[in-house]
Design a binder for this molecule. Structure first.
Ligand SMILES: O=C(CO)COP(=O)(O)O
Length: 249
């Protein structure tokens, strides 16, 4: 991953508080380094606050619509104004709990880029899909929905996060070899059309990453960092994961 800077992203999901912002931002500011990008995805109301503490931030989702009568949704432009640089799109919890289709995720990806937010496109198969041999076709379809809508070049200003659904919040991490195989599949798929784009693309792994397994995952050639859930809420764990990413550089 010589030409790609490792990224460690913390997805707080529906957790967090003003107190956690204080605790985590001081820990992250200590671990920050030019060697890695550290990004936090907190709930919407904490975006500005974290940004004011010097943390690079993103939202956990974004509306696909332009501003208007969409009660409860948050506009991409406003998220950007709050200081966010990134947004997750298509996290598996959004897909499964809120019914987001590949098409809708592609619409969100498009809207994010329209206002200059960098979308982090989350992809991954369920356990059932893995055991029935559908991992590659599921992941390919999730990526193709974006390519079909916007063209391959849209992936240039984006990040992909491979998060197998069976590994999220379960403590069942994909082995480094399992994760590497899917990351390589994604990079090869894109390289078939544009090898420079594929070589420059940051592909994160997510799903039960912790300070014990991060080093082995990040040592894989196509794994450029992690999207961390549970362990991103604990200063010690999150900073240890960041340190393990620094050691790969
Ligand atoms: O969903 C995730 C990050 O987006 C992963 O969550 P866990 O690290 O808690 O498994």
């Amino acid at each position: 991953m010589a030409m790609r800077k490792p990224m460690i992203a913390g997805n707080w999901k529906m957790n967090g508080s003003f107190e956690l912002v204080t605790e985590l931002s001081s820990a992250i500011n200590k671990v920050k380094s030019a060697k890695i990008d550290v990004v936090v995805f907190p709930p919407f109301p904490l975006i500005s606050l974290l940004q004011q503490q010097g943390i690079t931030v993103g939202s956990q989702t974004v509306s696909e619509h332009n501003p208007g009568a969409y009660t409860g949704e948050v506009d991409a432009q406003l998220i950007k104004q709050c200081g966010a640089h990134y947004t997750l799109v298509g996290h598996s919890e959004r897909r499964s709990i809120y019914g987001e289709s590949n098409q809708r995720v592609a619409d969100k990806f498009a809207r994010a880029q329209q206002v200059g937010l960098i979308p982090v496109l989350c992809v991954g198969e369920s356990e059932q899909q893995r055991v029935t041999g559908q991992t590659e076709s599921v992941v390919a379809a999730q990526i193709d929905a974006v390519i079909d809508k916007l063209g391959l070049a849209a992936l240039k200003d984006s990040v992909i996060a491979y998060e197998p659904v069976w590994a999220i919040g379960t403590g069942k991490t994909a082995s480094p070899e399992q994760a590497q195989a899917v990351h390589k599949f994604i990079r090869d798929k894109i390289a078939a059309s544009d090898s420079d784009l594929a070589q420059g693309l940051t592909i994160l792994y997510g799903g039960s990453v912790n300070e014990e397994n991060s080093e082995f995952l990040f040592a894989q050639p196509d794994i450029d960092g992690g999207l961390i859930g549970g362990a991103s809420l604990k200063a010690d764990s999150f900073t240890a994961i960041c340190e393990s990413a620094k050691r790969t550089v």
